[in-house]
Design a binder for this molecule. Structure first.
Ligand code: KMH
Ligand code: ZN
Length: 271
């Protein structure tokens, strides 16, 4: 099997210090959490940033400060800014970090319910526009899939020239769609041959989905954005602890861990 790419989603836009005091807000805290994940074996940092008080922001200067801090601590790690940001942000706000020339960024391929009255809006025109801009800026999209129709959108927009092949997908299970082995198998079976994929299970689904994904030959995303617990009722002290847990399971499954450069190779990122 291919080496395992571990993505650490260290911060997110919704989780707070009330959920887990180790959730990072400041530039220093974001650097600390990225470093803990990187040292444990993460080759990609999926990045949201916050103001010092925890407010989510897509501000370009704030992203630059955080990315510089991460690069200082983890020189070769792949930084993957979010273009999803937080619910309610405008497309222009969301696109700001792509101006900083990251190697990757997310591309959310559909609209979905995001809890309570929240709707995370990604219209067809938003997806096409984001795809076009990422392509123009040489940024590889990680296609965020919250249900099967989003794979169909990605394939349609790839055919129309807004997304390049080979495509890389992140199956986010447990937000809108459920998180079962059947769900994951259906997603994996629905993407074009030659694509790569990773799985992100929400909350208590994080480790079970990671285990199934690893056994299937896929890649894994863990981190506070999706889950703040190391085990039932036990808060993780850092993102690194969550990555370490995945590494232990990977060792048992015989999956070696990809370095950032090996991940670049697997994902076809230009260096
Ligand atoms: N915070 C969500 C509204 C992404 O990073 O692209 C969007 C999100 C997906 O987290
Ligand atoms: Zn995100």
């Amino acid at each position: 099997m291919e080496k395992l790419i571990i993505t650490a989603a260290i911060c997110g836009a919704e989780v707070t210090k009330e959920h887990n005091p180790a959730v990072p807000y400041t530039v220093e805290e974001i650097g600390r959490e990225a470093e803990s994940a990187y040292k444990a074996g993460a080759s990609i940092i999926h990045l949201h940033v916050r103001e010092d008080d925890g407010t989510p922001t897509q501000d370009k200067a704030r992203f630059k400060a955080c990315m510089d801090e991460i690069k200082k601590r983890c020189p070769d790690v792949i930084i993957q800014p979010s273009t999803g940001g937080a619910v309610g942000m405008t497309d222009e706000e969301r696109l700001q970090p792509t101006e900083l020339g990251p190697e990757m960024a997310t591309l959310d391929c559909g609209t979905l319910n995001f809890g309570g009255d929240e709707i995370f809006i990604n219209t067809e025109n938003t997806i096409k526009n984001f795809g076009r801009i990422l392509k123009e800026r040489g940024v590889k999209p990680e296609i965020e899939v919250f249900d099967k129709g989003m794979i169909d959108y990605a394939i349609k927009f790839q055919k129309q020239g807004f997304i390049d092949k080979p495509m890389h997908f992140d199956f986010v299970l447990g937000v809108q769609m459920s998180a079962t082995a059947r769900d994951l198998a259906f997603m994996v079976d629905s993407i074009p041959e030659g694509s790569t994929w990773t799985v992100a299970g929400m909350g208590r689904h994080q480790i079970p989905m990671a285990m199934i994904g690893m056994a299937m030959g896929g890649n894994v995303r863990v981190g506070f954005e999706d889950n703040v617990y190391l085990s039932k009722g036990v808060l993780a002290k850092s993102n690194g602890e969550l990555v370490e847990k995945v590494v232990r399971i990977a060792m048992e499954l015989g999956r070696e861990i990809a370095t950032p450069d090996e991940a670049r190779e697997i994902l076809g990122l230009k260096k």
